[in-house]
Design a protein around this ligand. Structure first.
Ligand SMILES: Cc1ncc(COP(=O)(O)O)c(C=O)c1O
Length: 397
């Protein structure tokens, strides 16, 4: 075997190789990947999973929730997980599934909304800030996305959303933590509109779902976004983002079982329980069991502490950014997501220079997005800001 990182394996060996040799090769081949522990990843909504969740995940790798009659105990734990997440989102009676991520959860939500509405040429109203998983969903489900503008605070413009409603509207989508800036849409107003027009309301809290429930007890301004609002029909909440669970672990929660039944399919060949309400067939039981275990291990207080650390560091970053000549923030953060703008140099050049120095941030139109995740430490932010300042000085001269 070669230790050359550019060497490309394209054929299975005739005779199997010793495991230690393969591990050595993998160590070389995977060296180029970023690691969370380096602190250089400032652009991801995922993080190094909690060690206990990793242990549980490894232990139960063989579980398949696509065949719940074989793994009925795992399936029961999945439902307990959904109830715990439901309680976090003000509805312990929620039904749903632990799925592969926010994309699948959003697709499932629109799938259910479409089937419940039974309308020809259905339309879905989303803010322009919605995650591209809704574009995928609209393509797959043959739904037309109606993208509405944002207000000055980068939230969905509620009046524009109301104006966009037609007889073909199948659902409205609000964001509880937008991908770009972590902004929370006015979900209370959207809930009122959804009830008034009898339209399905889905909330994408893929990122915010594990942050927003803790704001009040941490002394931050609480925001309404969950099932306590009567118009909210379903919520995406991703354990593999701020929930610290191993990938893949997304969550789709419905207000009640009648909604998830809209996508129920009978699977003719299974040995017992015949129904599935997910996009995937065979799916990881280890994911659901790991989320169950981690919710039990960290508890509310454990998650609140994680959120507190991330938010404290986020605000420290904001203060430091505002002190640097030529830099500013796009909007005051609600969650642990910061948009950084500059009017003195080309922001895409700053992005490229940061990358050359090993920093991974995201470039969004005209700003840089920085996410402070549980793997980010104050020392990482300090050295990031030092590099950022040097880059700005070099670009200005
Ligand atoms: C708001 C939001 N929804 C959905 C998703 C998709 O999640 P996933 O990448 O787990 O499919 C993301 C991903 O960043 C997101 O930010």
């Amino acid at each position: 075997m070669s230790s050359d990182t550019t060497h490309r394996t394209n054929r299975m060996p005739e005779k199997g190789l010793p495991q230690n040799m393969i591990i050595q090769e993998l160590e070389v081949k995977l060296q180029r990947d970023f690691t969370y522990s380096s602190g250089k990843i400032l652009c991801s909504m995922c993080t190094n999973p909690h060690s206990f969740a990793k242990q549980i995940y490894r232990r139960y790798l063989e579980k398949n929730l696509g065949d719940p009659s074989l793994f009925s105990a795992s399936a029961e734990l999945e439902q307990e997980t959904i109830s715990m997440l439901g309680s976090l989102l003000s509805n312990p009676k929620a039904s749903g599934s632990i799925v592969s991520g926010g994309t699948e959860a959003n697709i499932i939500a629109l799938w259910a909304a479409r089937n419940l509405a039974k309308k020809e040429r259905g339309e879905v109203i989303v803010p322009v800030s919605a995650h591209y998983s809704f574009d995928k969903a609209s393509d797959l489900l043959n739904l037309k996305l109606i993208k509405v503008k944002l207000n000055r605070r980068f939230q969905m413009d509620v009046k524009a959303a109301e104006k966009a409603i037609t007889s073909r509207t199948v659902a409205i989508v609000g964001l509880a933590g937008s991908t770009g800036l972590g902004v929370v849409d006015p979900i209370r107003e959207l809930s009122e509109i959804a009830l008034a027009y009898n339209i399905y309301l889905h909330v994408d809290a893929a990122f915010g779902g594990f942050v927003l429930p803790f704001l009040k007890e941490l002394g931050y301004k609480p925001l309404d976004f969950d099932f306590s609002l009567p118009g909210v029909c379903s919520i995406t909440i991703d354990p593999h983002k701020m929930g610290l669970a191993p990938i893949p672990a997304g969550g789709i929660l419905f207000r009640d079982a009648s909604m998830s039944e809209a996508i129920r399919m009978e699977v003719p060949y299974l040995s017992g329980e015949m129904n599935q309400s997910t996009l995937l067939g065979t799916r990881s039981g280890a994911s659901a069991v790991a989320v169950w275990a981690l919710l039990m291990h960290l508890g509310r207080a454990g998650y609140a502490a994680v959120v507190e650390r991330c938010l404290r560091l986020t605000w420290r970053l904001v203060e430091e950014i505002q002190r640097i000549d030529g830099l500013g923030i796009v909007t005051e953060p609600t969650l642990n997501v910061v948009g950084v703008k500059t009017d003195t140099v080309d922001v895409s050049l700053v992005f490229q220079e940061l990358r050359k120095r090993g920093w991974a941030v995201s470039l969004f139109h005209d700003y840089l997005r920085i996410i402070i995740m549980p793997h980010t430490k104050p020392s990482h932010i300090k050295s990031f800001l030092e590099d950022l300042q040097k880059i700005l000085e070099n670009l200005k001269t």
